[in-house]
Design a protein around this ligand. Structure first.
Ligand code: PDD
Length: 287
């Protein structure tokens, strides 16, 4: 069965799916995206992902490519055509195709929209959860609007590549004051000595992760205390547990950072409890 992608109004073979050479996403990274998990035939937290898409589009003064209902229809259709019941979809909207010029194209230029889907590597995820992952810290070098989920991800790409070359799976951005920002494609959490969960406030300097938001709803019934407060690299290194969250991974335990062991060097129970409770609490939309 061939993989199918949705590109600007048509469902096409993934191997032949293409956008125009003068698409502004391609030339200027002038676009936004969402990645959303699909589990057991349900889309996880779709409403929150589309609300964030709306915010990203508004911040960049871009139009929706179609109505919200129509976009949900396309997402479902792509998932169905690819028979994805456990995996994710990727959705990208750009400012459309126009002769290359930095200023916005003429009023009425239609945005480009692409939706793809893929199955997840369940064994790889299970292994990371069981063993934990390693991370490195890197100096923050991104623009200050990382609250917008823009496709301009070059610093994130370079950071992840550096992590890979050093044998780690995630790179954690750290500011000049050695305060922790977020991962290259994840939010970062710590569990302090008292068992309190801490994560950086999302008002400024990080992406407001959807998994991060839902995790707050998951933590409360588990009796966990959450503090939205910035923390330093030293606090992170001394934490009982460190974990990272994203729609692609829910929450992966981090057992080593910059070559130093975190906690007892094994995945912690709090990250595990959260992961196990997550799907029950998250909003589920049938495909
Ligand atoms: N990344 N911070 C950054 C910089 C991210 O790119 C992401 C997600 C997150 C977590 O957000 P959420 O919980 O909504 O997935 C935080 C996606 C998965 C990606 O780029 O593939």
């Amino acid at each position: 069965m061939p993989r199918i992608a949705y590109v600007n109004g048509a469902y096409v073979r993934h191997s032949e799916a293409a956008v125009h050479v003068e698409d502004r996403g391609y030339q200027f990274a002038d676009g936004v995206y969402e990645v959303c998990e699909v589990r057991h035939g349900f889309i996880v937290d779709l409403r929150r992902h589309l609300d964030r898409l709306d915010r990203s589009l508004t911040e960049l003064r871009m139009d929706w490519p179609m109505s919200r209902a129509a976009l949900i229809h396309v997402i479902r259709e792509v998932l169905r055509r690819n028979r994805v019941r456990n995996g994710l979809f990727y959705l990208q909207v750009t400012r459309g195709v126009a002769r290359r010029d930095h200023v916005f194209p003429a009023e009425g230029t239609p945005p480009s929209v692409v939706v793809t889907a893929k199955r997840t590597d369940a064994a790889g995820i299970a292994r990371k959860n069981a063993e934990g992952i390693s991370a490195i810290t890197v100096l923050e070098n991104r623009w200050d609007r990382v609250d917008i989920k823009s496709v301009g991800l070059l610093p994130n790409v370079l950071a992840r590549q550096k992590a890979k070359e050093l044998g780690a799976q995630e790179a954690i951005f750290v500011d000049a004051d050695r305060m922790v920002k977020e991962g290259a494609a994840t939010n970062v959490w710590i569990v302090d000595g008292e068992g309190t969960l801490r994560t950086r406030p999302a008002e400024h300097g990080i992406l407001r992760g959807i998994t991060r938001t839902t995790l707050m709803d998951v933590a409360k019934p588990l009796g966990l205390k959450i503090e939205e407060r910035a923390f330093s690299v030293d606090e992170m290194m001394a934490a009982r547990e460190v974990f990272i969250t994203a729609a692609t991974s829910i929450c992966f335990p981090v057992v080593s950072i910059d070559g130093k062991t975190i906690g007892n060097g094994h995945p912690g129970s709090i990250a595990q409890n959260i992961r196990e409770a997550f799907f029950d609490v998250a909003e589920k939309t049938p495909i």
